[in-house]
Design a protein around this ligand. Structure first.
Ligand SMILES: *[C@@H]1O[C@H](CO)[C@@H](O)[C@H](O)[C@H]1NC(C)=O
Ligand SMILES: *[C@@H]1O[C@H](CO)[C@@H](O)[C@H](O)[C@H]1NC(C)=O
Ligand SMILES: *[C@@H]1O[C@H](CO)[C@@H](O)[C@H](O)[C@H]1NC(C)=O
Ligand SMILES: *[C@@H]1O[C@H](CO)[C@@H](O)[C@H](O)[C@H]1NC(C)=O
Ligand SMILES: *[C@@H]1O[C@H](CO)[C@@H](O)[C@H](O)[C@H]1NC(C)=O
Length: 480
């Protein structure tokens, strides 16, 4: 009770000054972030009239809490230079008064069909909330009008956790996957439901794509289901998987199961177990699209629930990962590569050439790209450092592991990585984030960090790199 009162007082005090950005030290230079306020899951990722659109869970009133979700909105021609657009949806209908929760876009006939979860709270009742699927439409890519006969899908026997519609079309039929919780033998378990429709409005549940047997958590959020290189991927964000050695160390996970799916029988047959998408601290709530260049792109919320990010006191919270191209490796792992469009943010090269222990390069704008080639036979260590923050990246040749350690409580993340001959790392540093792409992108580690002052890259004392290149990157996301 005491703690709760204290939090409330702090919240009320800070709230008045918290709806605008007061300091840009942690504001990303080239990652999409909100103009102010709180951002979480990316929503409605789409290509509309040759431009990429990203909507997102948004609280315009405070950076301290998710609040009552709106849909924020931004667009870009190149996934690099972003323009903030007016709030697309407010939680202002009876059926979505406690939040316009996550959802996706279907683009057809030059129209955006935005499917989302309409959330309402019922304090003191059991269950204390309900969730239905709703539709909103935009014909100009800015103004969004909610469908008059919402909600579209009541899901009476699927309540109360029934959310995050991801919609696509195959042949003459529309499909939607939804995250859901069910109870078996008094245990709450996550699963993914499949719905279909012939007309985009009238939906029926047709299958269960997958469900937790108890080892994969109590709720599966933000499901996505798509074909990639001849197989199907069930990508999702399960909640409640217990940590196991170096695995599942974040509060909630994001990962995938590879398998095969038959549209006639609507059965998904997994060929792999669940694998984590990223091995850093801060990737959650992914969303993918097939873009107009035929690329399967993925975005994620570059944060984790229940974390006190220092940026919250600067008037904003949350950002979106660099858009990544997904492919499937022969051993059924998702390979992630940053979209090449990001290279247009490069400015000047700070350092290039061979490098040995102690080599230091300082980034001009706290933002840059680092490319490393070295022998896979030897350990490699380097640091990304600012005042009040130091992140160590370590490749351990004898254990075949790569780690990222940002210090502090729970600073270490580590996973297996065994490059054949050459060690290749591409690292993207922004004012408060680091994304490490290993090899061809078969392993990634993405974490937030909070450096004050300038940021430098330093090769560890006994490390050698045949190629070490550090490039400055410019700002491409405006602070409003
Ligand atoms: C909800 O907000 C939108 C945007 O401000 C507005 O156009 C619409 O009329 C509002 N609906 C209600 C029921 O107030
Ligand atoms: C149901 O749960 C109880 C207690 O956890 C366990 O002992 C029992 O084996 C479970 N039954 C089934 C069918 O899983
Ligand atoms: C909705 O779809 C179902 C299944 O395809 C069909 O049985 C039903 O008649 C449809 N309802 C309306 C109102 O179109
Ligand atoms: C590298 O891995 C080996 C084998 O697991 C271990 O003994 C060693 O301590 C590790 N090195 C570092 C610097 O962590
Ligand atoms: C480093 O962190 C401390 C404690 O949060 C803060 O008071 C100080 O201003 C920070 N240093 C800089 C240069 O921002």
């Amino acid at each position: 009770m005491g703690a709760l009162c204290k939090n409330l007082i702090i919240f009320m005090f800070v709230n008045s000054i918290n709806a605008e950005i007061t300091n840009d030290r942690y504001y990303p230079r080239y990652h999409l972030a909100p103009p102010q306020g709180w951002m979480n899951d990316p929503n409605g990722f789409s290509v509309f009239q040759q431009e990429y659109h990203v909507f997102y869970q948004y609280n315009p009133d405070s950076a301290l809490e998710a609040g009552t979700a709106h849909w924020g909105h931004a667009k870009s021609r190149d996934l690099l230079n972003w323009q903030h657009l007016p709030i697309a949806m407010y939680p202002n209908e009876t059926y979505d008064s406690s939040g316009v929760f996550s959802g996706s876009a279907l683009i057809e006939d030059d129209t955006m069909y935005l499917y989302y979860t309409a959330h309402t709270n019922h304090p003191g009742e059991t269950p204390n909330h309900e969730e239905h699927q709703a539709l909103a439409i935009s014909t100009d890519g800015v103004n969004v009008v909610k469908y008059q006969n919402n909600p579209l899908i009541e899901g009476a026997d699927r309540q109360p956790d029934f959310r995050d519609p991801k919609v696509w079309k195959h042949g003459d039929t529309y499909y939607m996957v939804l995250g859901n919780q069910f109870t078996k033998n008094d245990t709450r378990l996550g699963r993914v439901l499949l719905y279909s429709s012939k007309d985009k409005y009238n939906w029926s549940e047709v299958a269960i794509i997958g469900e937790s047997d108890g080892s994969l958590g109590y709720m599966w959020e933000c499901p996505d289901f798509f074909q990639l290189d001849g197989h199907f991927i069930l990508l999702m964000s399960p909640q409640g998987i217990p940590a196991e050695g170096d695995k599942y160390k974040n509060l909630h996970q994001t990962g995938y199961i590879v398998g095969d799916f038959d549209y006639r029988t609507l059965t998904f047959k997994p060929t792999t177990s669940f694998q984590e998408l990223d091995h850093g601290h801060d990737v959650y709530a992914t969303q993918t699209i097939l873009d107009n260049k035929g690329r399967r792109l993925v975005l994620a919320w570059f944060d984790m629930w229940e974390t006190n990010y220092p940026e919250q006191l600067d008037g904003f919270t949350g950002q979106i990962t660099i858009p990544r191209i997904l492919t499937l490796s022969k051993d059924f792992r998702l390979v992630q590569r940053p979209v090449p469009e990001i290279r247009a943010a490069r400015t000047n090269i700070v350092y290039t050439g061979q490098a040995s222990g102690g080599t230091v390069a300082t980034l001009e704008n706290k933002a840059g790209e680092i490319n490393i080639r070295a022998s896979a036979l030897y350990d490699l260590e380097f640091f990304i450092e600012g005042i009040n923050a130091s992140v160590q990246i370590y490749y351990n040749a004898s254990s075949g592991q790569i780690s990222l350690d940002r210090g502090g409580d729970d600073g270490l993340r580590r996973t297996e990585w065994q490059p054949a001959n050459v060690l290749i790392l591409n690292i993207y540093v922004d004012a408060s984030s680091i994304e490490v792409f290993c090899g061809a992108g078969e392993v990634t580690l993405s974490s937030r960090y909070f450096p004050d002052g300038p940021v430098s890259v330093r090769l560890g004392d006994s490390s050698e790199a045949s190629q070490f290149r550090v490039i400055n990157m410019r700002s491409t996301v405006p602070i409003n």
